[in-house]
Design a protein around this ligand. Sequence first.
Ligand SMILES: C[S@@+](CC[C@H](N)C(=O)[O-])C[C@H]1O[C@@H](n2cnc3c(N)ncnc32)[C@H](O)[C@@H]1O
Length: 368
Amino acid sequence: MDKTNYTSDDIESRYTPGAGIGVFAKRQLQPKQTLYETSDEYFSIIYRRYWKEVCGFCYNYDSGLDWKLKENHIGVVFCSEECRSKFMKRIAIAPDLHAFLISVEEFSRKRKQLKTAPDPEDDDIIPDRRIIEESWTDSQNTLLDIVNTLASDKPNKAQRKLLSEVQAAGLRAYDEDSDTDIDSIKNLASYIATNVLSPSTVAHTLTLSTTIEPCTLSRLLDQQINHYLALVSLLPPSLSQYALSAPSIAKILAVDRSNSFGIWSGSSDLKCTHTEERSELLGSMLVPSLSRFNHSCSPTVSKQRSRHTWTFSTTDVVNADQEIFITYLGGDEKTLNVDDRRQRLVNGWGFICGCVKCTNESTQSDID
Ligand SMILES: C[S@@+](CC[C@H](N)C(=O)[O-])C[C@H]1O[C@@H](n2cnc3c(N)ncnc32)[C@H](O)[C@@H]1O
């Protein structure tokens, strides 16, 4: 499968009326046919609450038990020596990446020690797309100053002051739940780490479309920008070239919100046969090669996760040239009515569902 054009003998991506790009069958597909299995790079985050229980390499989760193999200094645990060795080998591709991950973990732990209540005045402001884009663009000059400082052999007083100021701003508390802040820090750090390990994955992600803003409250927007600038200031000089521009981060955050898949505990076990059994949300994954599948409330493809691999298989016959769909509602589309389904999709993904089932049911309720 060609990952960016989504082309294999069975499927390809094409424009589809009203929903951008979608994935279509090139020939008739039979039920239970495996269409796609991921083996490519992706962005991911395991939420802080679960970091001791979820293998940092394969996402194995065993009923909430802590894994014993720990790399505490980077905040990652492993279910086996094999996973630990694969993970460590992967990050060793860039010698200073390990040092960066250690700094990120130290920074996150410092954040946990701070306890400041959020500013209530800012709580309810929902910035629009223009404000979000302008805010990130405005931070680009500071970002360039940080990168120049990192590149300088002998930073002057003003440059050293800049680094300590951005780190202090990044540590300032905006949310009472420090785990959520740490998730934000680790998520942004994973964008930089992915850029170090696989710049093509980042480039691919920047081509994807979005329909929803990356955050909903002003204080979260400020928080993300401050976290990101602080993270860049922690980069070892040899990695400073991998700092993504501020507008690129804004775009990836938006793509992440529209395209990422939850890592649910139910389907993490290899023995689990359920497609999307949901219990606890352990984290999320953004896999660019899976990001062109549109949603339908009567999907024709099921997605199943086993550890860190997603497999997409048909649930029905799909004729040549028909679009194939997954569900973004994880099975809830079977029980919700059209209004509730559409509302959930608007809230979560920012689009009004135009699938055949919703179109038929809304036309029917207009007639009634
Ligand atoms: C994960 S992306 C899917 C690929 C996307 N169509 C593209 O062009 O990159 C999700 C976006 O596709 C569109 N989309 C997906 N399913 C849809 C549906 N049932 N009705 C309308 N738009 C849909 C929405 O814009 C949504 O935010």
